[in-house]
Structure formats: C-alpha cells, structure tokens
Design a protein around this ligand. Sequence first.
Ligand SMILES: *[C@@H]1O[C@H](CO)[C@@H](O)[C@H](O)[C@H]1NC(C)=O
Ligand SMILES: *[C@@H]1O[C@H](CO)[C@@H](O)[C@H](O)[C@H]1NC(C)=O
Ligand SMILES: *[C@@H]1O[C@H](CO)[C@@H](O)[C@H](O)[C@H]1NC(C)=O
Ligand SMILES: *[C@@H]1O[C@H](CO)[C@@H](O)[C@H](O)[C@H]1NC(C)=O
Ligand SMILES: *[C@@H]1O[C@H](CO)[C@@H](O)[C@H](O)[C@H]1NC(C)=O
Ligand SMILES: *[C@@H]1O[C@H](CO)[C@@H](O)[C@H](O)[C@H]1NC(C)=O
Ligand SMILES: *[C@@H]1O[C@H](CO)[C@@H](O)[C@H](O)[C@H]1NC(C)=O
Ligand SMILES: *[C@@H]1O[C@H](CO)[C@@H](O)[C@H](O)[C@H]1NC(C)=O
Length: 543
Amino acid sequence: MDLFAFTLLLFLLAFIGCCAGQSVLPSGPVDAIVGRNVTLTTLVDKANYDYITWNFNNGAQFNVATLSRSGLKVGTRFQGRASINATNGYLTLTSLTAADGGDYSISILSPEGTQTGDLLLRVLEAVSNVAITSSLPEAIELNSTVVLNCSAKGSFLKFTWTNGTAPIVADGTRLTVKEGDLSSALTIAGVLRTDLLGPIYCTASNSLEKATSAPFNLTVYYGPDQVTITPVNPPEYLKSGSNFSLSCSVLSNPPATFTWYHNEQLMEASGPVLTLDVIEKHGIGSNKEGYTCRAKNAKTQRTVSSPAVSFAVLQAISGITITGPTATLIAGNSTANLSCQATSGTVMSRKWKKNGSPLSPGTRIVFAADMSSVMINPLQKEDNGNYSCELENPVHKVDAAYMMVVNYGPEQVSVKGDKAVKVDNPVKLTCDAESVPAGSFTWRLNDTLTGVTTKTYAIEKAGYQNTGMYTCEVFNTVTGKTSKFTHVLTVKAEITEGLSDGAIAGIVIGVLIAVGIAIGLIFYCRQKVPSRSTGTLQVESPY
Ligand SMILES: *[C@@H]1O[C@H](CO)[C@@H](O)[C@H](O)[C@H]1NC(C)=O
Ligand SMILES: *[C@@H]1O[C@H](CO)[C@@H](O)[C@H](O)[C@H]1NC(C)=O
Ligand SMILES: *[C@@H]1O[C@H](CO)[C@@H](O)[C@H](O)[C@H]1NC(C)=O
Ligand SMILES: *[C@@H]1O[C@H](CO)[C@@H](O)[C@H](O)[C@H]1NC(C)=O
Ligand SMILES: *[C@@H]1O[C@H](CO)[C@@H](O)[C@H](O)[C@H]1NC(C)=O
Ligand SMILES: *[C@@H]1O[C@H](CO)[C@@H](O)[C@H](O)[C@H]1NC(C)=O
Ligand SMILES: *[C@@H]1O[C@H](CO)[C@@H](O)[C@H](O)[C@H]1NC(C)=O
Ligand SMILES: *[C@@H]1O[C@H](CO)[C@@H](O)[C@H](O)[C@H]1NC(C)=O
C-alpha cells in the first residue's frame, strides 16, 4: 500500500468513525501556552488497535502523527514535535506555536471497528508584564481620585486586585473597576489614608497561569486631624520663670508645622512646644488670656486649630517689709501704725497675725481698706507681741514679722513672804510687778531706804529688830511711773499657831459631849445614891 492509498484510507475511516459510536476524547477546549508542551489525552485505557492517527484542522487538514505496528510517523508540519503514547494513544506536542491552535481529531482502527473523537486546542500567549501604574504620583486624602491601571500581556486575561492579601472589592461608588482586554483600571474616589498603604497587587490570569504585579503603594497625604494641646487645664496662675510649657500634637502626613497664637494674635513662636519663657519674652501673660496652636500640612494645605487654654503669669512677691513706729511706745499714750509692703510682685491678699493667730479689728485696731496697714490707737499693754503680715498670690506667699514693744507699768506690785516669823529663822520677801521694761526695785523698812535693790529681800536670821513695814517700790524708767506695796513682818519669840476651824469644831463638840455626860451623871447619882456629897465638874475652854 503506498502512502497515498494509506492516507486516503485513514480519511475514510475518520469519516466513518465520526458518524459511528461515542467520542474517545474528553470534551474541550484544551488550553496550552505558547512555547510549552501539551498532551491531548484520550478516554482509552489500553488501546487495542492497528492504527492510531491524529489529524489537525485549521481550515485545511493536516496529519499530525500515526502510530502503527511499524512505528510512529509524524506529519511534516509537526516533524520533531509530536509523539503518540502506544499504551493510551495520548498525543504530546512540544514547543507549541500560536499556529498549533485548532481542531484535533483521533481515529483508532482495530479489528473490532473504529473509534474517533475530536477537540479544540487553544494556544494561549503566556501571562507576563503585569504592572500597576497610578494616575497620580501622590494623593491627598478625600480630595484625590486615584486611578490605578494594571496592564499585562497574555490571552484571555482576567484581573484581580488585592490589598495585602485581602481582595479589593469594587463597591460601585467609591471603588470601581473597569476591565479591558489587557488591562484593568481601579478607580478610588476621595481616597483615604488607609486605601493605598498596601502593598497593592494586581494579578492577571487565564485558565492555565497567572502573574502578579510588583507590590505597589502610593503615599496619601492627610491631616492635620484634631489637634491636642497639653496640658488641657493648666493652673489658672503660673509663677513667672517657672518650668512650664504648652505642647501640641496632631496626626498629619507629612508632619504638620505649628504656629502659636495669643488671643488670636500670631506669636513669634513655632514648633510643637511653647515655653513660658517665650511667652514672657513676648511681654505678655500678666492677664488671663487664651493660647492656641495651629497645625498646618504643607501638602494638604489644611490648617487646624487647637482648643484654647488660658492662664495668667504672676510674679513672685519680693522685698516684703513691715514698717512700724520708731519712737518708744507707751501704753495708753502712743499710737502704732504698722504698714506692710512688697517691692515687687502681684499681691492679691494680705493678712495680719499676732503671735500666730489672726489679728481681729476692734475699736482700737483699725485696718486700712486694702489691709496694707493697721493702726492701733491707743496702744495697750496687751498689744505687746510678735506681729506678722502675710502677702499672697496664687503662686507665692511671703511673710514678714515685727516685734512690738509697748512700755507700761509697773502694775500689780505685790510682796510674797511670811507675815510672822520666829526669831532666828530666815525670811525671804519677794516683790513682783508687771512692767515693760522690767522695773527697778527699792526696799524700805519703816519708810527708811534699806539699800536692797533686788527683787527679793532676804534675812538670814531674823531678829526682833527686823519687825516692821517692808515697802517694795518698783520704778519703770520709760513710763516714769512708780508703784509700791507694803508688807508687815513680825518677829516673835514663839509663834502661836492659830487653830484651824476643824480643830475648833472638834473641841466644841468634845466639850458639849462632856457637859452632857456630866449632867447625866449628876441626875443618875441623885436618883441612885440620895444625899451624897455634891461634886463639881469644870470644863475649861482655851479661849
Ligand atoms: C517538552 O518536551 C520536551 C521533549 O519531551 C522536553 O525536552 C521539554 O523539557 C518539555 N518542555 C516543557 C516546558 O515541559
Ligand atoms: C504512556 O502512558 C502510560 C500510561 O499513562 C505510561 O505509563 C507510559 O509511561 C507512557 N509512555 C510514554 C512513552 O510516555
Ligand atoms: C511602600 O510602603 C513601604 C512600607 O510600607 C515603603 O517602604 C515603600 O517605600 C513604599 N513605596 C512607595 C512607592 O511608596
Ligand atoms: C522642666 O520640666 C521637664 C518635665 O517636667 C523636665 O524634663 C525638664 O528637665 C525641666 N527643665 C528644667 C530646666 O527644670
Ligand atoms: C481639595 O478640594 C477642595 C475642594 O474640592 C479644593 O478647594 C482644595 O484646593 C483641594 N486641596 C488641594 C490641596 O488640592
Ligand atoms: C502721755 O500723754 C500725756 C497727754 O496726752 C502727756 O502729758 C504725757 O507726757 C504722756 N506721757 C508720756 C510718758 O509720754
Ligand atoms: C499708716 O501709715 C501708712 C504709711 O505710712 C499710711 O499710708 C496709712 O494711711 C497709715 N494708716 C493709718 C490707719 O493711719
Ligand atoms: C519699825 O516700826 C515698828 C513699829 O512701829 C517697830 O516695832 C520697829 O522696831 C521699827 N523697826 C525699825 C528697824 O525701826
């Protein structure tokens, strides 16, 4: 049989096979990639055949390969690229070209008859060059509409978008996707800062393979968001020169720049921190006024203000002094005007104290309306003491003291000591007096100066000649007053101690009982023993 006759026979058989029995090929199409190999499978397990022949039809008909007992014959068009598996009839084609796409048919001739089948082979271009490009180099949150375009090479491509590993799902409003043959466009309207952190991937795929783009991200500039200023509630008053500052912070990309305002007036200060030092260098702050910072984003051109915080700066109080009278003060005659002043600082409260307790106003004690001075008129002895004045503002408190000496007296002169003393015993008389300054003492006996000028008059051994009137004279050199007290001393041989009231009462009771018993006895004796001699009972009183 020559080749022509053989081929003719096969065509004939193929024709018959197509009309008889079921297909021995799975239903197509089968996809394969240019440059790769493909194996067209059959549904045959173990073929019992005389011939297996594969044909190709792309409008014109070509024999691919034929397997017979004498071996494999490959058609010219597929020379070196086709083989048939002798067990199951699978056709393997290597180094596919786009021209290999088309209909393939098989015929298996055997003594039992002929089996046939056909299917479509699609030769696809490989998926490659998947790349994302953006319509904008950078975006502004909420303002920008970003279009990401994904392009690729290949056949029958489908595109998907992922943010990290999460699929990006078009919602039809903010996020929309428009597919083309070789591209996909993802449109994000009013882009958010989180939208493109990514990495964003685009994947192009066909039924056989897929390729993913390089990771893509795009900077979305945003902010400033809400500006926070700390401390939110600073103290109402700050001490001048103290370590205090305001600071502002805000979320912003790129980082915001800060400017500071005092009562809506721009200050010469920038940066996130405003120190009290800078405020004071502006020569402001003494009144309670508001401060705000404004954050500006150079890319978004947005500016946001912080809430206002307010406080006043107060100076510490210094140079506090109390001035008081310089003349010598005499009770009942003098007047004192105490005045309390500070050389600098804001004084907001003044208080006066005497010996640590608040000084209360009265008829003699009158405060100036602003409490800066107090007038005491007339001074009395009880005005002696330690006066202090306390100047205060919310950041500082100072005080000053003044010792007031009011001269008075002598008053309440008294002499303490024995009134009567047994001869040869010691005697000590002590003279006391209230006096400022302390008085000088002079003792007289029976109006004669004794030469004793101490507080006490001591006699080691009293003689009868020491009896007399002892007068203590106290003299205050400042008030010029003298006061005296006279004490009578008796020196005796024996001291008759006076009896106490109790002793007297005891004696009286004792006497009464004795008298009672005596009277009782008299009556008794008269009754029992008549006409006996009469006795006398005498009771002696010490008086
Ligand atoms: C295709 O088949 C040939 C021959 O069998 C082999 O050398 C080659 O590695 C195969 N190519 C692929 C991509 O599998
Ligand atoms: C033919 O197919 C059979 C069954 O799938 C397999 O075992 C065998 O290795 C194949 N022969 C060749 C030459 O590929
Ligand atoms: C993408 O993000 C990464 C880290 O988040 C960053 O290092 C990289 O520079 C970004 N690339 C672009 C193009 O913004
Ligand atoms: C001011 O206070 C801050 C924190 O309270 C501290 O870190 C800083 O050292 C202080 N500065 C001075 C000069 O005391
Ligand atoms: C953002 O959008 C507003 C209104 O659409 C526009 O006035 C503004 O200039 C935009 N900002 C930037 C930075 O483009
Ligand atoms: C007290 O005042 C009276 C009159 O006001 C005066 O005569 C007298 O000298 C004063 N005494 C002293 C100690 O200053
Ligand atoms: C006390 O003296 C001050 C100044 O010396 C004066 O301003 C003030 O009025 C005086 N106070 C009284 C109650 O006289
Ligand atoms: C003082 O007077 C009393 C009574 O007048 C007299 O007993 C006494 O001796 C006198 N003493 C002196 C030291 O003169």
